[in-house]
Design a protein around this ligand. Structure first.
Ligand code: HEM
Length: 487
């Protein structure tokens, strides 16, 4: 009765405030084309930590404080863990059952999460150490030989780990067939999300003939579908053939396709395996690549931080071996660098969208069922109450008796949808950062006269953001150290 009373009362409560919408289109005209998280954070100063936007008839709420995000997405995750529907990508492009889009009400949801937890959680990541170490050596030798190619070397390092863990596949070169295939598919998916398609607002448009003026989305789909489908199907078929031939490496795929108890997966189980295995690359590749790229940028800009971290690695690990996951506890400053990189430049600044499945009330405001809820992770990690002087890059804020809140609790998302790859990401980032610090000096790029160039960084706008268009100088500290890294 109390709940009913609360809900009836709730219907009369106001929505959290936001910029005034237009009659039909709502706030569509105010949405910024680039780095929207900055504008949302500005609006929060004017309207409060939760900002309501209306996009045509759909209500969106942006959570701009850690307090609101944790109170709703973590503490009430039972009703805040669904995903909003996407007609274009989910229904029409056939990606409704990817890990990222799957409804939390779907019977498969707990199975997906359980499988990824078992395959990527803290316990499992230890088994991937040899793979990571091998790829790390390839990365470090590559940086020694062609430092100017650092962006592509980072991408290959991350892709190699993801494809080995997911399918047991070895990436051969910087221009690997699988990597190119999945990257191309990812670009096409982005192109289906970025432009605005009317079918998202008027789903009935999906029944119109292709020649109908507003049905141009059908042409985009017809061109994209084969490229998108290949992302999940081609690696799946490859791994299946390997297992059937008896020559395969242990992987997430082999563990479920050919389990120790000899169980033969049925069609439903194979479909589940297809989507979960492919989410490892799709979820892990661009994110981890972007984080290592930010690390290079930030080290080039902050030589004192770099020198302190290098001294720590040298004192604990020395020069005779690579830093391993077990060293992390003894390397608090390097760990603080990792946290600060992800705080200063959160990789998924707006996370992934959640959907509320029941009317809710927070701080005197109504959050109606069906609302799309977005955590502005960038605003949270730049909240002056949590992180004084948030624009200053200072790893020391994470050290001492009173460290500032651990940003890893925000940057990987929230509640039942929290990133299942967080432990793996942390480990591969730690290994890359500690070992690169041990072996290289990173500084600003230089012009022809040898003067340092101030980088003019651009941040790509998308689900995953990444620093682009900057150069840096990467010089081996001890050349003989790289020579000893036989793969
Ligand atoms: C620095 C690296 C990474 C960052 C910053 C990151 C961040 C995130 C965020 C913010 C979400 C959305 C959570 C939410 O909805 O609240 C997410 C989801 C996800 N991430 Fe990550 N991630 C990273 C690395 C990885 C890795 C390495 C993998 C896999 C190997 C991975 C797989 C996934 C998957 C499958 C989801 C979807 C979960 C779901 O919808 O239930 N991520 N990640």
């Amino acid at each position: 009765a109390e709940l009913l009373r609360r809900l009836l009362h709730a219907k009369r409560l106001p929505l959290p405030p936001g910029p005034p919408p237009r009659l039909l289109t709502g706030n569509v005209h105010q949405l910024p084309e680039s780095e929207p998280w900055l504008r949302y954070a500005e609006w929060a100063k004017e309207y409060g930590p939760i900002v309501t936007l209306r996009l045509f008839h759909k209500t969106h709420m942006i959570l701009n404080s850690g307090k609101a995000a944790m109170a709703l997405l973590d503490a009430r995750s039972g009703i805040y863990s669904d995903r909003p529907e996407s007609w274009m990508l989910g229904h029409l492009a056939g990606r409704k059952q990817t890990m990222f889009a799957l409804s939390s009400a779907d019977a498969r949801f707990p199975t997906y999460r359980r499988m990824l937890h078992a395959g990527l959680g803290r316990q499992a990541t230890g088994a991937y150490q040899p793979t990571m170490e091998r790829q790390l050596k390839v990365l470090m030798r590559g940086l020694g030989e062609r430092p100017e190619a650092f962006a592509v070397l980072i991408k290959t390092y991350v892709a190699s780990i993801a494809l080995k863990i997911s399918y047991g596949y070895d990436v051969s070169t910087d221009h690997d067939y699988f990597v190119n295939l999945i990257e191309e598919g990812g670009r096409v998916i982005d192109s289906l999300i970025q432009p605005f398609y009317f079918v998202e607002v008027f789903p009935l448009l999906r029944f119109t003939p292709s020649c109908f003026p507003l049905a141009f989305f059908k042409h985009a789909l017809a061109k994209s579908r084969p490229v998108i489908d290949a992302i999940d199907v081609v690696p799946f078929d490859w791994a299946k053939t390997q297992i059937e031939s008896g020559r395969y490496a242990e992987s997430f795929f082999s563990r479920y396709f050919s389990p120790e108890d000899g169980h033969i997966p049925d069609a439903e189980e194979r479909d589940i395996l297809k989507w979960t295995a492919s989410s490892i690359y799709s979820g892990g590749a661009h994110t981890t690549t972007a984080a290592i790229t930010s690390f290079f940028l930030l080290m080039s800009l902050h030589p004192a931080v770099q020198a302190r971290a290098q001294a720590e690695v040298e004192a604990v690990v020395g020069r005779g071996r690579l830093a391993a996951a077990e060293d992390q506890k003894a390397l608090p400053y390097v760990t603080a660098v990792l946290k600060e990189v992800l705080r200063w430049a959160p990789i998924a600044p707006l996370g992934l969208r959640h959907r509320v499945t029941k009317d809710d009330v927070y701080d005197g405001y109504l959050i109606p069922e069906g609302t799309t809820v977005i955590a502005n992770i960038w605003a949270i990690t730049h909240d002056t109450e949590l992180y004084p002087d948030p624009s200053v890059f200072d790893p020391a804020r994470h050290l001492g008796d009173n460290p500032q809140p651990n940003p890893l609790n925000f940057v990987f998302g929230f509640g039942r949808r929290v990133c299942p790859g967080a432990a793996l990401a942390e480990q591969s980032l730690f290994l890359a950062m500690a070992n690169i610090l041990a072996a290289f000096n990173i500084s600003r790029a230089r012009d022809a006269e040898g003067s340092e160039i101030e980088p003019s960084v651009e941040w790509r706008t998308g689900t995953v953001t990444c620093a682009t268009n900057f150069g840096c100088r990467i010089v081996p500290r001890f050349p003989d150290m790289l020579e000893s890294l036989a793969v």
